[in-house]
Design a protein around this ligand. Structure first.
Ligand code: NAD
Ligand code: GLY
Length: 366
């Protein structure tokens, strides 16, 4: 069992990483006194696969235990679903001393965090992330949110959890495509952090991408530890936290322009990292050696470096213009100069993006 502690302002919380965690974990020793009442929020997929073990753990721990099972899918990460969660919580008699427990991938952890930050003006909130992406990225840092029809994550809060339990054994049932998509965020962390994480990833990319390995625990630990370091320095993304958006500006626009469902988020980020690295190289910042290393590692992970369907230039740029990371209309990206040396706040314009677009997809002109 590996534990790390995240310290943000006046709050500190433990993140525990292990396999078969629920057969071993002693709540009191790690998280202190358990709540008297709690609601576990999950989706139908996770409920079918893993709920009995998790339920039995919490039923023994917490006197009043409720479950809320949501439909599975990003399309349910909405204000309407949040409203339903509030009703369930209220009907189950949950009060300000209660806790919410998110059990699922990033969709469940984001919406549960959002509900926890707003129900009764904020209740305790624990995460049990079950996808690789949620374990290495959304588990730490306190971004919560829901989507609007106008775009993803447009409503949300910064609300740090009270504890995180990453049980790698849940990943055994994660479909291979979702696992690889999580690897994209792991590789992103490796490129940004450099050092030991990148060394392990370079040596073991192919094995890691094929599923759970002994080394995965170390890789998850180091990825979370890197994110911990960044968010401890800049919780609210007024500076260095923007490096975590590497690949996301072009990635989000490609995801939308390719049509949701064609590219999964992590796949879009993989192609986005390729594009943003080329822009960085064209601006004279990025070492060409890094570009080849990145492409080699993405390919070894079976992640795309190019979109497989034609993409409309018009729709792509519409999506890019809606980027919520823009400041005063100015697009900015983060880049990696060389492994372990990220830069953020690089101002770019549409011409620079236009120049790299043909390297990322077949462009359909209007
Ligand atoms: P997801 O939650 O939709 O999970 C992907 C799929 O895998 C779903 O069908 C889910 O039910 C299934 N699944 C999850 N764990 C499983 C398991 N152990 N076994 C079998 N199936 C399992 O998507 P995701 O990729 O985990 O997360 C994406 C979401 O996370 C997006 O909404 C994104 O905005 C958000 N996100 C948030 C942050 C943050 O910092 N808050 C960071 C990155 C992404
Ligand atoms: N996923 C990016 C962040 O947490 O800032």
């Amino acid at each position: 069992m590996r534990t790390l502690n995240v310290h943000i302002k006046d709050k500190a919380y433990p993140v525990v990483i292990d396999t078969a965690l629920f057969s071993r974990i002693k709540w009191h020793d790690i998280f202190g006194p358990p709540p008297v009442s709690c609601a576990l929020i999950t989706n139908t997929t996770l409920a079918e696969l893993h709920l009995p073990a998790v339920r039995s753990y919490f039923q023994k721990l917490v006197p009043q235990f409720a479950e809320i099972i949501l439909p599975d899918g990003e399309e349910y990460k909405t204000l309407a679903t949040t409203g339903e969660i509030y009703h369930h919580l209220s009907q189950a008699g949950l009060d300000r001393k209660s806790a919410l427990i998110a059990f699922g991938g990033g969709v469940i952890t984001d919406i549960t965090g959002f509900a926890a930050s707003t129900y009764m003006r904020g209740v305790r909130y624990y995460q049990i992330p079950t996808s690789l992406l949620a374990q290495v990225d959304s588990s730490v840092g306190g971004k919560t949110g829901v989507n609007l029809p106008e775009g993803k994550n447009l409503v949300g809060t910064f609300y740090q959890p009270d504890g995180v339990m990453c049980d790698l054994s849940f990943l055994e049932t994660l479909p291979p495509r979702e696992f690889r998509e999580g690897m994209s965020e792991v590789l992103k962390a490796g490129f940004l952090a450099g050092g030991k994480l990148l060394r392990i990833l370079k040596e073991k990319t192919r094995e890691l991408s094929s599923g759970i390995q002994d080394i995965l625990e170390e890789v998850v630990y180091l990825s979370i530890d890197y994110k911990r370091e960044v968010v401890e320095e800049d919780e609210l993304e007024s500076g260095i936290r923007a490096v975590l958006n590497y690949g996301h500006t072009i990635g989000h626009a490609l995801e939308k322009a390719a049509g949701y469902g064609v590219l999964r988020h992590g796949e879009a980020v993989a192609v986005g990292m390729v594009g943003e690295a080329i822009i960085g190289k064209n601006l004279g910042f990025v070492d060409p050696g890094f570009i080849s290393l990145q492409e080699e590692m993405l390919r070894a992970s079976d992640l795309p470096t190019k979109v497989s369907v034609p993409v409309s230039r018009e729709i792509f740029f519409q999506a890019l213009r809606q980027d919520k990371k823009k400041e005063a209309g100015q697009l900015r990206i983060s880049i990696v100069k060389e492994s372990g040396k990220p830069l953020f706040g690089i101002k770019i314009d549409e011409d620079m993006v236009s120049e790299v677009l043909p390297a990322l997809c077949e462009v359909v002109e209007p």
